[in-house]
Design a protein around this ligand. Structure first.
Ligand SMILES: [Zn+2]
Length: 237
């Protein structure tokens, strides 16, 4: 293998490693944001469950004060009825009292329904609150791990960059300028290997003339994607 190919492959190895590290690094902020978003959702669920619970509690209190009012009304009517002399008026008052008692019965039935609802609402609130508290502990670790990873990736990128200079110095300026352009696309393999006439970058077939030049280890480009190409295969393959 000609020296320029060996040198460029050594550089490409470092560059692709840096690219991979940078890609991984770029995902970290979104991963942290996702954790925060999910935690916020959990927080919202807890407060919604709490609101639902409190609303039912308030309704129960209302029912209780309604019952109290109606009971007081019954007492008032009963006191009044003791002073009524006329039978007709007395009967009318008794009817009133019956009506109030019936109403109390209705409110009590409504209160029972609410009691069942409050039990369910309290269970929902407790379970949401538990999920939230468990998450609260877990996310601290998860975020710390991501921050740690971020630091490690940055350090590794710096390390790779500093070793790159030495490798890059061996590549001739003309090859370097072409290679740098392809590396800048930030995808695929800038210097692609040709295997059985197929470009390792775009996976399309090269023309026989190109394949011929590649085998002679000339500085040559893929007919399709324009990337620099090389091969380890000889003409007899
Ligand atoms: Zn290609």
């Amino acid at each position: 293998m000609k020296q320029w190919i060996t040198d460029l492959l050594a550089l490409q190895e470092v560059d692709l490693r840096i690219r991979g590290l940078k890609t991984r690094l770029s995902l970290v902020p979104e991963e942290i944001a996702k954790i925060d978003r999910e935690f916020e959702n959990e927080k919202t669920k807890v407060s919604q469950a709490k609101e639902a619970m409190l609303a039912i509690e308030l309704e129960i209190k209302k029912k209780e004060s309604e019952i109290k009012e109606q009971n007081e009304l019954t007492k008032k009517y009963q006191t009044q009825s003791a002073m009524i002399k006329k039978n007709e008026e007395y009967r009318a008052m008794m009817n009133e009292i019956e009506g109030v008692k019936k109403k109390i019965g209705e409110i009590e039935t409504e209160e029972l329904v609410l009691m069942e609802k409050i039990e369910a609402a309290r269970n929902v609130f407790r379970s949401e609150e538990k999920i939230y508290k468990d998450r609260e502990k877990a996310i601290v670790d998860e975020k710390n791990e991501l921050k740690e990873l971020e630091g490690k990736l940055k350090a590794e990128i710096e390390k790779q960059k500093s070793s790159r200079a030495e490798v890059a110095a061996k590549v001739t300026p003309d090859v370097m300028s072409v290679y740098t352009r392809m590396l800048g696309k930030n995808k695929g393999t800038p210097f692609a290997e040709v295997h059985q006439g197929i470009c390792g970058n775009c996976h399309l077939k090269l023309t026989p003339q190109t394949i011929n030049s590649v085998r002679k280890e000339m500085q040559v480009y893929c007919d399709n994607c324009g990337h620099l190409v090389y091969t380890t295969e000889t003409g007899s393959d």
